[in-house]
Design a protein around this ligand. Sequence first.
Ligand code: MLT
Ligand code: MN
Ligand code: ZN
Length: 299
Amino acid sequence: MRVVILGSAAGGGLPQWNCRCPICTLARSEPDRVRPRTQSSIAVSADGSDWLLINASPDIRQQLFDNPQMHPREGLRHSPIRAVLLTNGDVDHVAGLLTLREGQPYTLYATRGILDSVNANRVFDVMADGVVARQPIGMDQRFEPLPGLSVTLFPVPGKVPLWLEDETMEIGAETETTVGALIEAGGRRLAYIPGCARVTDGLRERIAGVDALLFDGTVLHDDDMIRAGVGTKTGWRMGHVPMRGDGGSIDALAGVEIGRRIFVHINNTNPVLQPGSPERAQLEAAGWELARDGMEIIL
Ligand code: MLT
Ligand code: MN
Ligand code: ZN
Protein backbone atom coordinates (compact mmCIF):
# COMPACT_ATOMS: atom_id res chain seq x y z
CA MET A 1 0.00 0.00 0.00
CA ARG A 2 1.18 3.49 -0.87
CA VAL A 3 0.02 6.57 0.98
CA VAL A 4 0.74 10.15 -0.05
CA ILE A 5 0.16 13.00 2.37
CA LEU A 6 -1.27 15.64 0.04
CA GLY A 7 -1.99 18.13 2.82
CA SER A 8 -0.76 17.91 6.40
CA ALA A 9 -2.34 21.08 7.84
CA ALA A 10 -5.70 21.62 9.52
CA GLY A 11 -8.30 24.06 8.18
CA GLY A 12 -6.65 27.32 7.16
CA GLY A 13 -3.34 25.73 6.16
CA LEU A 14 0.10 27.16 6.97
CA PRO A 15 0.36 30.06 6.61
CA GLN A 16 -3.33 30.83 7.01
CA TRP A 17 -4.36 33.72 4.75
CA ASN A 18 -5.19 36.14 7.58
CA CYS A 19 -2.86 34.95 10.35
CA ARG A 20 0.23 36.65 11.76
CA CYS A 21 0.87 34.19 14.60
CA PRO A 22 4.60 33.42 15.03
CA ILE A 23 4.42 30.17 13.06
CA CYS A 24 2.44 31.65 10.13
CA THR A 25 4.88 34.58 10.10
CA LEU A 26 7.87 32.21 9.92
CA ALA A 27 6.25 30.17 7.16
CA ARG A 28 6.18 33.39 5.10
CA SER A 29 9.63 34.73 6.01
CA GLU A 30 11.60 31.45 6.29
CA PRO A 31 9.71 28.83 4.26
CA ASP A 32 12.80 26.62 4.13
CA ARG A 33 12.73 26.37 7.92
CA VAL A 34 8.99 26.35 8.61
CA ARG A 35 7.61 24.61 5.56
CA PRO A 36 4.21 25.82 4.34
CA ARG A 37 1.51 23.15 4.53
CA THR A 38 -1.72 22.69 2.61
CA GLN A 39 -5.02 21.56 4.06
CA SER A 40 -5.93 18.06 5.14
CA SER A 41 -5.98 15.29 2.53
CA ILE A 42 -4.31 11.98 1.72
CA ALA A 43 -4.28 9.60 -1.25
CA VAL A 44 -3.99 5.82 -0.97
CA SER A 45 -3.22 3.19 -3.60
CA ALA A 46 -2.80 -0.58 -3.68
CA ASP A 47 -0.94 -0.65 -7.01
CA GLY A 48 0.67 2.81 -7.25
CA SER A 49 -1.45 3.53 -10.31
CA ASP A 50 -5.08 4.11 -9.26
CA TRP A 51 -5.68 6.25 -6.18
CA LEU A 52 -8.34 6.75 -3.54
CA LEU A 53 -8.44 10.38 -2.43
CA ILE A 54 -9.48 10.73 1.20
CA ASN A 55 -10.89 14.19 1.85
CA ALA A 56 -10.97 16.90 -0.80
CA SER A 57 -9.15 19.98 0.48
CA PRO A 58 -9.62 23.53 -0.77
CA ASP A 59 -5.95 23.26 -1.85
CA ILE A 60 -6.51 20.21 -4.04
CA ARG A 61 -5.58 21.86 -7.32
CA GLN A 62 -2.11 22.69 -5.97
CA GLN A 63 -1.78 19.28 -4.28
CA LEU A 64 -2.54 17.39 -7.49
CA PHE A 65 -0.02 19.54 -9.35
CA ASP A 66 2.71 19.12 -6.70
CA ASN A 67 2.48 15.30 -6.62
CA PRO A 68 3.26 13.75 -10.05
CA GLN A 69 1.57 10.45 -9.08
CA MET A 70 -1.70 12.41 -9.36
CA HIS A 71 -1.13 13.79 -12.87
CA PRO A 72 -3.30 12.66 -15.79
CA ARG A 73 -1.38 10.15 -17.89
CA GLU A 74 -3.67 8.69 -20.57
CA GLY A 75 -5.47 10.24 -23.53
CA LEU A 76 -6.67 13.82 -23.42
CA ARG A 77 -8.66 13.63 -20.19
CA HIS A 78 -7.72 11.33 -17.32
CA SER A 79 -7.14 11.22 -13.59
CA PRO A 80 -5.48 8.52 -11.48
CA ILE A 81 -8.02 9.44 -8.79
CA ARG A 82 -10.76 6.88 -9.28
CA ALA A 83 -12.58 7.28 -5.99
CA VAL A 84 -13.02 9.87 -3.25
CA LEU A 85 -13.91 9.26 0.40
CA LEU A 86 -14.92 11.85 3.01
CA THR A 87 -14.36 11.44 6.76
CA ASN A 88 -16.42 14.48 7.73
CA GLY A 89 -18.20 17.43 6.11
CA ASP A 90 -15.84 20.19 7.26
CA VAL A 91 -14.90 22.84 4.71
CA ASP A 92 -11.26 21.67 4.66
CA HIS A 93 -12.47 18.19 3.63
CA VAL A 94 -15.22 18.96 1.11
CA ALA A 95 -14.45 22.28 -0.61
CA GLY A 96 -12.05 20.53 -3.01
CA LEU A 97 -14.97 18.60 -4.50
CA LEU A 98 -15.78 21.80 -6.37
CA THR A 99 -12.47 21.43 -8.21
CA LEU A 100 -13.09 17.76 -9.09
CA ARG A 101 -15.65 18.55 -11.79
CA GLU A 102 -15.01 18.97 -15.54
CA GLY A 103 -16.84 15.73 -16.36
CA GLN A 104 -14.32 13.38 -14.77
CA PRO A 105 -16.00 10.18 -13.55
CA TYR A 106 -15.28 8.82 -10.09
CA THR A 107 -17.26 7.49 -7.14
CA LEU A 108 -17.75 9.62 -4.05
CA TYR A 109 -18.05 7.57 -0.86
CA ALA A 110 -19.17 8.81 2.55
CA THR A 111 -21.58 7.92 5.33
CA ARG A 112 -25.24 8.76 4.75
CA GLY A 113 -24.96 11.65 7.23
CA ILE A 114 -21.96 13.24 5.51
CA LEU A 115 -23.36 12.62 2.03
CA ASP A 116 -26.69 14.22 3.04
CA SER A 117 -24.96 17.49 3.89
CA VAL A 118 -23.14 17.46 0.53
CA ASN A 119 -26.34 16.54 -1.32
CA ALA A 120 -28.27 19.33 0.43
CA ASN A 121 -25.93 21.95 -1.01
CA ARG A 122 -26.64 22.56 -4.66
CA VAL A 123 -23.22 24.00 -5.42
CA PHE A 124 -21.94 20.40 -5.28
CA ASP A 125 -24.17 19.57 -8.26
CA VAL A 126 -21.10 20.61 -10.29
CA MET A 127 -20.20 16.95 -9.72
CA ALA A 128 -22.79 16.06 -12.31
CA ASP A 129 -25.31 13.28 -11.90
CA GLY A 130 -24.38 10.40 -14.17
CA VAL A 131 -20.70 11.37 -14.03
CA VAL A 132 -19.92 11.22 -10.31
CA ALA A 133 -21.71 8.45 -8.44
CA ARG A 134 -22.46 9.21 -4.78
CA GLN A 135 -22.33 6.05 -2.71
CA PRO A 136 -23.44 5.99 0.94
CA ILE A 137 -21.44 3.60 3.11
CA GLY A 138 -22.66 2.15 6.39
CA MET A 139 -20.55 1.99 9.49
CA ASP A 140 -18.46 -1.19 9.77
CA GLN A 141 -19.39 -2.11 6.21
CA ARG A 142 -16.19 -3.18 4.43
CA PHE A 143 -16.09 -1.98 0.82
CA GLU A 144 -13.61 -1.92 -2.07
CA PRO A 145 -13.36 1.52 -3.65
CA LEU A 146 -10.52 0.17 -5.84
CA PRO A 147 -9.52 -3.41 -6.67
CA GLY A 148 -7.23 -4.72 -3.93
CA LEU A 149 -7.98 -1.85 -1.55
CA SER A 150 -10.64 -2.24 1.12
CA VAL A 151 -11.98 0.33 3.55
CA THR A 152 -14.04 0.10 6.71
CA LEU A 153 -15.51 3.25 8.29
CA PHE A 154 -16.06 3.53 12.02
CA PRO A 155 -17.45 6.34 14.18
CA VAL A 156 -15.11 8.41 16.34
CA PRO A 157 -16.03 11.05 18.94
CA GLY A 158 -16.67 14.24 17.01
CA LYS A 159 -19.27 16.80 16.09
CA VAL A 160 -21.12 18.21 13.10
CA PRO A 161 -19.14 20.44 10.72
CA LEU A 162 -18.55 24.01 11.92
CA TRP A 163 -20.92 25.32 9.24
CA LEU A 164 -23.75 23.08 10.49
CA GLU A 165 -23.38 23.86 14.21
CA ASP A 166 -26.50 24.91 16.12
CA GLU A 167 -27.63 25.03 19.76
CA THR A 168 -28.54 21.31 19.76
CA MET A 169 -25.12 20.14 18.66
CA GLU A 170 -23.27 17.70 20.87
CA ILE A 171 -19.49 17.45 21.07
CA GLY A 172 -17.90 14.05 21.50
CA ALA A 173 -20.84 12.06 20.17
CA GLU A 174 -20.01 9.02 18.04
CA THR A 175 -22.23 9.47 15.02
CA GLU A 176 -22.02 9.28 11.24
CA THR A 177 -20.72 12.85 10.99
CA THR A 178 -17.12 12.10 12.03
CA VAL A 179 -15.52 8.81 11.07
CA GLY A 180 -12.19 7.08 10.96
CA ALA A 181 -11.16 4.82 8.09
CA LEU A 182 -9.38 1.48 8.32
CA ILE A 183 -7.71 0.83 4.98
CA GLU A 184 -6.31 -2.57 3.99
CA ALA A 185 -4.25 -3.70 1.00
CA GLY A 186 -1.83 -6.58 0.50
CA GLY A 187 -2.24 -7.62 4.12
CA ARG A 188 -1.15 -4.20 5.45
CA ARG A 189 -3.41 -1.92 7.49
CA LEU A 190 -3.62 1.85 7.83
CA ALA A 191 -5.88 3.81 10.18
CA TYR A 192 -6.72 7.38 9.12
CA ILE A 193 -8.38 9.57 11.74
CA PRO A 194 -7.88 13.27 10.95
CA GLY A 195 -10.55 14.49 13.39
CA CYS A 196 -11.22 12.96 16.80
CA ALA A 197 -12.50 14.62 19.99
CA ARG A 198 -11.41 11.94 22.46
CA VAL A 199 -9.44 8.68 22.58
CA THR A 200 -11.74 5.92 23.81
CA ASP A 201 -11.18 2.25 24.65
CA GLY A 202 -13.18 1.39 21.53
CA LEU A 203 -10.83 3.46 19.39
CA ARG A 204 -7.74 1.86 20.95
CA GLU A 205 -9.14 -1.61 20.22
CA ARG A 206 -10.07 -0.61 16.70
CA ILE A 207 -6.59 0.53 15.71
CA ALA A 208 -4.51 -1.99 17.68
CA GLY A 209 -2.00 -3.72 15.41
CA VAL A 210 -2.18 -1.35 12.44
CA ASP A 211 0.98 -0.81 10.40
CA ALA A 212 0.48 2.96 10.47
CA LEU A 213 -1.80 5.46 12.16
CA LEU A 214 -2.46 8.94 10.77
CA PHE A 215 -4.07 10.82 13.63
CA ASP A 216 -5.57 14.22 14.49
CA GLY A 217 -2.70 16.57 15.39
CA THR A 218 -4.68 19.83 15.41
CA VAL A 219 -3.60 21.10 18.81
CA LEU A 220 -0.77 20.36 21.25
CA HIS A 221 -2.68 21.55 24.32
CA ASP A 222 -6.43 22.03 24.62
CA ASP A 223 -5.88 25.81 24.90
CA ASP A 224 -3.38 26.29 22.01
CA MET A 225 -5.54 28.89 20.27
CA ILE A 226 -6.01 30.85 23.48
CA ARG A 227 -2.26 30.70 24.30
CA ALA A 228 -1.49 31.90 20.77
CA GLY A 229 -3.90 34.79 21.28
CA VAL A 230 -5.77 34.08 18.06
CA GLY A 231 -9.07 32.77 19.40
CA THR A 232 -11.13 31.59 22.32
CA LYS A 233 -11.95 28.05 21.24
CA THR A 234 -10.47 25.01 22.94
CA GLY A 235 -9.51 21.82 21.13
CA TRP A 236 -12.51 20.10 22.73
CA ARG A 237 -14.88 22.80 21.44
CA MET A 238 -13.50 22.26 17.93
CA GLY A 239 -13.81 18.46 18.26
CA HIS A 240 -10.05 17.83 18.41
CA VAL A 241 -8.29 15.91 21.19
CA PRO A 242 -5.00 17.57 22.18
CA MET A 243 -1.68 15.76 21.85
CA ARG A 244 -0.78 16.53 25.48
CA GLY A 245 -2.52 17.21 28.78
CA ASP A 246 -5.63 15.55 30.21
CA GLY A 247 -6.64 12.70 27.90
CA GLY A 248 -3.95 13.75 25.42
CA SER A 249 -3.49 11.42 22.46
CA ILE A 250 0.25 10.78 22.96
CA ASP A 251 -0.32 9.19 26.39
CA ALA A 252 -3.73 7.74 25.54
CA LEU A 253 -2.27 5.80 22.59
CA ALA A 254 1.09 4.99 24.18
CA GLY A 255 0.18 1.40 25.10
CA VAL A 256 -1.36 0.53 21.74
CA GLU A 257 0.65 -1.55 19.27
CA ILE A 258 1.06 0.65 16.18
CA GLY A 259 3.76 0.44 13.46
CA ARG A 260 4.22 4.12 12.65
CA ARG A 261 2.31 6.87 14.45
CA ILE A 262 2.04 10.09 12.48
CA PHE A 263 0.17 13.31 13.21
CA VAL A 264 -1.82 14.90 10.39
CA HIS A 265 -4.33 17.82 10.31
CA ILE A 266 -1.89 20.05 12.22
CA ASN A 267 -3.11 23.56 12.96
CA ASN A 268 -0.82 26.49 12.21
CA THR A 269 -0.83 27.51 15.89
CA ASN A 270 0.55 24.14 17.06
CA PRO A 271 4.00 24.73 18.65
CA VAL A 272 5.30 21.38 17.33
CA LEU A 273 5.57 23.05 13.91
CA GLN A 274 8.58 25.05 15.17
CA PRO A 275 11.66 23.05 14.18
CA GLY A 276 14.09 22.74 17.06
CA SER A 277 11.37 23.42 19.63
CA PRO A 278 11.21 21.33 22.82
CA GLU A 279 7.62 20.50 21.87
CA ARG A 280 8.81 18.92 18.60
CA ALA A 281 11.61 17.03 20.37
CA GLN A 282 9.20 15.63 22.98
CA LEU A 283 6.80 14.48 20.28
CA GLU A 284 9.57 12.64 18.46
CA ALA A 285 10.90 11.17 21.71
CA ALA A 286 7.42 9.75 22.28
CA GLY A 287 7.68 7.89 18.96
CA TRP A 288 5.49 10.19 16.86
CA GLU A 289 6.22 11.67 13.43
CA LEU A 290 4.80 14.85 11.99
CA ALA A 291 3.37 14.46 8.50
CA ARG A 292 4.71 16.77 5.78
CA ASP A 293 3.13 17.65 2.47
CA GLY A 294 4.34 15.24 -0.22
CA MET A 295 5.44 12.61 2.32
CA GLU A 296 5.05 9.09 0.95
CA ILE A 297 4.47 6.12 3.21
CA ILE A 298 4.95 2.62 1.84
CA LEU A 299 3.39 -0.16 3.85
C1 MLT B 1 -11.97 21.49 11.95
O1 MLT B 1 -11.25 20.53 11.67
O2 MLT B 1 -12.19 21.80 13.13
C2 MLT B 1 -12.61 22.24 10.82
O3 MLT B 1 -11.85 22.08 9.67
C3 MLT B 1 -12.91 23.64 11.15
C4 MLT B 1 -13.31 24.43 9.94
O4 MLT B 1 -14.22 24.04 9.20
O5 MLT B 1 -12.68 25.47 9.69
MN1 MN C 1 -10.46 20.33 9.76
ZN1 ZN D 1 -1.21 31.22 12.33
